[in-house]
Every structure is written in C-alpha cells, then in structure tokens.
Design a protein around this ligand. Structure first.
Ligand code: ZN
Length: 246
C-alpha cells in the first residue's frame, strides 16, 4: 500500500498540481488540513481535492477561519486579510465540503492518528521541537500520528530517554517499524523550512509488515502563484515569502 500524505496546501494550485503530477499513481490520499488561506486559488484547490477524493481529509485552522468557525484576532495581519478574502471566494459546495471536515481522526484500521496541529490541540498547537513532540505523544495511543500545521517536514520517535528528531531527507526512506512516531509531511503550498519546493510524503506499507515514509520535494511555478496573489490584492508579503521557503 502506497499512500500520499499531504498537508497545508493553502490555496496554491500550482504547487498542488506539481505534487500530484510528481506523485503519479497511489493507493490512497491522506490530507491533513489547511486547503485554503494565504494563497490565491482556494476554490480551485478544494475542487481538485474533491476530484481526488482523499480517504482522510482534515480541517485546519485556516479552513476554520475561512468558514467563520475560528476567531482570527490572533492571526497575524497578513493571515487575517487572507482569511477574510478567502471567505468571499468559496462556493456553497466548497464551503459545505470544508465544513464537513474535522481536525482529528483516529483510524484504528490504518493504525494511524491524524491531526492537523497536534494530538493535544488538533487545530492550534505547533509541534516545533522534540520537547513539544514528547508531550504530544501523550495525546494518542497508537504507533503513528501524522500531523501538519508547522509547514516543516519532521519525524520524531518516542525514545526511552525522551522524544528525538530524525532527519527527513528527500528520497531517503525512513523506517517507522517499532516504537511510536510523530511525522509531518511539510507543506505543499507554503513551505517554511528554507526550501521553497512543495513538500509531501509517500508512506509505504510493505508486504512484510514494515512501514516507511519518504519525503519528496517538488519544484513548481512560484512566479505564477506570486502573480496571482498580487493580482488578487492579497498582502504582497504572502507572495514574497514563497520564493524563500518561509
Ligand atoms: Zn497551515
């Protein structure tokens, strides 16, 4: 079984298309939330996701903000402006689809917990380091939790002496057999680890029972997305940051 794990698309249609082209064939698509917010194509991104019918489709904080389900007073000014603009772009059908999503799913069949942000706080908490990951392990009981929200690819395992972070290198499989893991695929539409290429994971369940993840990074037409952000009247900083991967 070969699964695409994507998160934080953020209305970046060029990045989403590049990821799906790069991925080719797969058995299932798991999406960890934030389809919209920041980017210029919220309606088209959700429509493309609907076509691909993800087996897992979570809600993120920016999805909630666009639906008016989250108070945006603690968003930074650019995020708040984008949330307000996004709210006016969505069709009733897309709003209804986003409204049906929840920020956490515990899937006993797949033996995976899915959260947008963290198991303790599925919409808001940022798991940014090993200390926060260690606390997050208390929030789920299975062997694997997939999370997004930070826009930084990361893998943590629950070692005896505290959680530790493992490097996720593009195209180098990381074996998740044994122990418990928290894994983040990074962001499709607004990476924040200094690499501007779109980020996603392939999760492979091998015939012998082993499970591994492989990070992929994909170049896309950043200039096209930037031009659309500016043409839509969204904050220019949201365009500028894409080329720095921040
Ligand atoms: Zn996000």
């Amino acid at each position: 079984m070969d699964v695409l794990v994507v998160s934080d698309i953020h209305a970046n249609l060029e990045a989403l298309r590049a990821v799906l082209d790069d991925a080719g064939r797969y058995d299932a698509l798991w999406f960890l939330g934030d389809a919209v917010g920041y980017g210029p194509d919220p309606e088209a991104c959700v429509q493309l996701l609907i076509e691909r019918s993800p087996a897992i489709w979570l809600a993120g904080n920016h999805d909630h903000a666009a639906l008016g389900k989250l108070d945006v007073s603690d968003f930074n000014p650019e995020a708040r402006a984008a949330a307000e603009w996004t709210a006016g772009q969505l069709s009733d059908a897309v709003r209804a689809r986003l409204n049906a999503c929840v920020p956490r799913i515990d899937d006993a069949g797949a033996d995976v917990t899915f959260v947008h942000a963290s198991p303790r706080s599925p919409v808001r908490e940022y798991i940014l380091n090993a200390a926060l990951a260690e606390a997050a392990f208390d929030g789920f009981s299975g062997p694997l939790c997939l999370f997004g929200h930070t826009h930084v690819p990361a893998a943590y395992d629950e070692a005896v002496d505290g959680a530790s972070r493992h490097p996720l290198t593009p195209d180098a499989p990381l074996d998740l057999t044994g122990g418990r893991w928290l894994v983040n695929p990074g962001s499709v539409g607004q990476p924040r680890d200094g690499d501007p290429r779109a980020s996603y994971l392939r999760l492979t369940a091998h015939a012998d029972g082993r499970r591994s993840v492989t990070l992929r990074r994909v170049a896309y037409d950043i200039a096209a997305t930037q031009a659309k952000i500016l043409a839509a009247g969204l904050p220019p900083r949201l365009a500028a940051r894409l080329e720095f991967g921040w």
